[in-house]
Structure formats: structure tokens, C-alpha cells
Design a protein around this ligand. Sequence first.
Ligand code: NOJ
Length: 588
Amino acid sequence: MSTPLSPTAEGVLHVQRPEHQQWWRQAVIYQIYPRSFADGDGDGMGDLPGITSRMEHLADLGVDALWLSPFYRSPQKDAGYDVADYRDIDPRFGSLADADAMLARANELGLKVIVDLVPNHTSDEHAWFREALAAGPGSAERERYMFREGRGEDGAQPPNNWESVFGGPAWTRVRERADAPGSAWAEDGQWYLNLFDSSQPDLNWQNPEVRAEFEDILRFWLDRGVDGFRVDVAHGMIKAEGLPDWTGRVEMVGGVDASQQESDDNPAMPPYFDQNGVHEIYRSWRQVVDRYEDRILVAEAWVDPLPRLARYVRSDEMHQAFNFAFLTTPWHAGELRSVIAESYQVNDAEEAPTTWVLSNHDVVRHASRLGFDGITDKVGPNKGIGPSDPQPDREKGLRRARAATLLMLGLPGSAYLYQGEELGLPEHTLLPSHVREDPTFQRTGGSEIGRDGCRVPIPWEAGRPAYGFSPTGASWLPQPADWAEYAADAQAGREGSTLELYRLALRVRRERQLGTATLEDHPDLASPDVVALVSKDPAGTRADVLVMTNIGAAPVDLPAGWTVLVASGPLEGAAVPTDVTVWAQRTG
Ligand code: NOJ
């Protein structure tokens, strides 16, 4: 039993409990997007042998764990988030033997591996869905999914008015599918729910067979040696009783129109997200993973407000949840300080680690997002940036991205990095329409550009075809012509490069155990322009570390008695310039 802590004193954001030493409470976890990390066989699509061959880069970087986006058998209509077989590897990415080799290499290098699990929906090429179509209305096979009769004359209207997160209706009529076998299905008036693409039918999580199947899938991968699961759309599996109408649309990343408040469970969310019933699922999954040592569950749940998100990390549910409130906070010191404080408040109450994340495969890379002023009003983190949109200021974006990352890595808790951010990669904002693959782009008729711009294969070697991504120079999305300067080999060993900044920050974070620290406001520095937090060793053996970000227009002096350990950009004498973060050690 942990000892209760006294109420948090003024200015104390987080008190580190001595017993909270598990690896996942402070881990820095690097997201690999398999399509775009490294291509071993030269077909232009990344793969598992490619990942294995480049894994030393990650060990050198100094991360603790990897999270891989889906590599399962899939028609790739949503880049692998449409799974046709949860127990097999897609041939584009390799084989189960390649997965074992990848896990073994990670193990050798001391890196944990988390895999993606997609339980809200399957692909329409999954055996269950094919069986459901074939078996027809009223069958047990259809009960695994959300099939319903339509409304109106002849059931020609969808069962309710929900819209897909990717745009367009959230229902597809069986007989209107392109592959409907004419007369055989002519009488079949049923519709199925697809909160995402029509190729991603939602599963029926009220059906015990679905629950049993996924517990078995968890065990399949746990037995193979994975260290945990990132759970896709963790807030979506249970829908409100009766599937009530809800007028509005949830965007891929977080945006819910708050005027539409009709769900009883969480008035800030629609009736298909954050229903109380999802928690029962995670309680039973927790029992499954707890039979293995040190394995974790991580929620991808775009849930507001933060106290609702914290329910996913109650002690008998998941271990972590992505902190998207931090990711979506504008570049503003007061707002950043508030979201940091609230994140600790709600997670500490559940004795769960807070997580931090700035980029992933669904949002505009933070080196570009922060290259606008008032970014969240302008492009939103998720909408994507196209050639005819206002373009981010690349220099400003990178400067702020480096400062934001150094702030993030200075915070206690677990941090997520997205492949390529350690190179300072910007979004590819000039992709032509015909190469785009994100279903959001198609389903909104191009009014939302979508997520391809953050998914472009990453550059390894400046002088090689496809910047070393693939031995043949092939690349499933074209890389910009000016990315040589971002290549890993162009940055390695170059003082001040973004890669060296990440390496240094991760080394110092580990040495100073910043991930398991107590955090307080600096008593004198806080202002609307500055985030200034002091990281303290709960055992009192290492010197305090000041984490200070200046977001104001004028430089701010580093106070006396502190010596710089790491800086995201050059200082001006003893002053921290605009859009720079420093870590400094107390010496006086
Ligand atoms: C969230 C994933 O991160 C995203 O890439 C995917 O499109 C949706 N879930 C649907 O699975």
C-alpha cells in the first residue's frame, strides 16, 4: 500500500512517489510507422527487416521502448488500421519470423516493444466480416458487428445520423457495396456501422465472442514477447444504448463540436465515444496482461476533459493514456503551464504516470504545426496542410519544436516521440493530390488534406536514393527534394543538430532521472511568457534541474545560481532568447 501524500502545496505540480519505479512510468517511447521507417526489400514500402536493420539508431538515440503502428495482414485502406488478420504479418511488411527477429534484436539492444491493437473495427476483408456478409441478417455472424435495419421506406435511410470520423456517413448499406453479388443481396437491406472508413466495420463489443477473441489475440502477442499494446480508438468500442442520433462530427484529432452534447456518459462527447461501458473491457484486459511480467496497455483515446481521460488509467485498467491535451495546446506559456499542472493533477490522483506527446502519424508534425502563429486556429493539428494552404515558417517551426521537445523531455512521466522528429523533420506540405492515400482526403472530397504529410518515409543518408530509406530509391510517398539536410547521417556528430540535441537530452534525462522527479514552479520566474519548472530528486541526491522555456518576445535572464546543461538553441549571454528551452543545474 502506498502512503497517502499530503495535499499538494502551492507551486508543487507533481510529487514523485518512491515506489513508482516501473519502467513504463518514465519511459521514452519511440513510434515507428512501419510503412515509412526503413524499407529492406526495395519495394518502396517500409518493412520489419528494415526496422531490424536500423534499430541501432534507436538504441544510440537513447529511447527505452518502441511502439510500432500496425503491421498485421491488411488491405491497407487505412494504412494498416484496417486489420484482416490480427495474428499474421502483412506480406508487405514481412512474416511472423521477421517479427520474431525484430523482437529479438530489440531485446538484445535493451529496447521494449509495444504493438498496436485495433479493436474498434476490423477490415472488411477480415474472415468474420466476410462470414457476416455471407450469412445474412439475423445470423450469429452478423452479431459480431453493428448491423442494423435502415430507417424510412424500405429501410433506405441509415439507422441513425452519425457521420464517419473520416467524413461522409458512418453507415454503409450491404446491398450498395461495390462487391454486392447482385441478386443474392438484393433483399438484404441491412446497414453496418463504420465510424471510420466503410472498409472498417465496427465490431459489436456487447458480444462475448468478440471479447474472448481479443483476449486471445492479446495472449498471442504477449506469448511472442511483446511488452504491451497501444490500443487504437480505446474510447470507441461501446456505443450508447439505442444508438441515438447526434448531430455533429468528430474530427480525427480531438475536435468535437461542444454544442452537441447528448451523450449521458460524457456530455462533452458523442454517443459513440467515451461510454462508461468501455472500462469493463480494460479491466478484463488488465487481468490478461498482469499474468505476464511488466507488460502495459496504452490508451489512444481522444477524450475530453482530462479527468474523463484519467479514468482509463485507473489502477485496474490501462497503464498510460496519450496526453493529447498537451499536444493540442497552443504555443503559449500560460496555457502550457496549465495543461502540465492539470495533467499531473488528474493522473496523480489515479497514481498513473502522465504521458507527453507532440507528434504522431495522425497530426501535422510539430516542427510545422508550431511554424504558424495561432496554429490551432489556423490549420488545426489534424487537418493537414496542402500546397494551396498558407505554409508554415520552417525556421520558426523548428526552433519552437526543439524548445517544445526539450520542455517535454524535462517533465516527469513517459514521453512519446514520432519517427523523424529527432531529425527535426517538417510536414511534407506540397504532396500532390494524386499520391495521397489517407481516406480522410477522399471522403471529404479533398476539403481535409489528411495525414499523408506526416507519413513520408524518413531520410537516413543524404547522398543515397530515397535518402537511404530504400535500397532501390523507391518510396510509397515522394520525399521532398530538399530533405538531404535532415538526413540522419548529415546530423550525426554535428554539434547543435536536432539529432544531437535529442541524443543529449535523452542522455541527460536518463542520468538525472528527470522522468521520476518531483516538479515545482520556479518561485520567481513564472510569467505569461515563461514556463519555469524545477525538477527535484525525491531522494535529494542529485542537484535540482531548472526546465525553462521562454515563449515571450524578449530574452529572459537565466537566474543566478544555475548552470546550463542542455539548450534547444544558442543563448544570448546569460539570457534565454525567444522560443528556447534550457535545462540548467542548480549550482548556487
Ligand atoms: C487512430 C489511428 O491512430 C489512426 O491512424 C486511424 O486512422 C484511426 N484510429 C482508425 O483506426
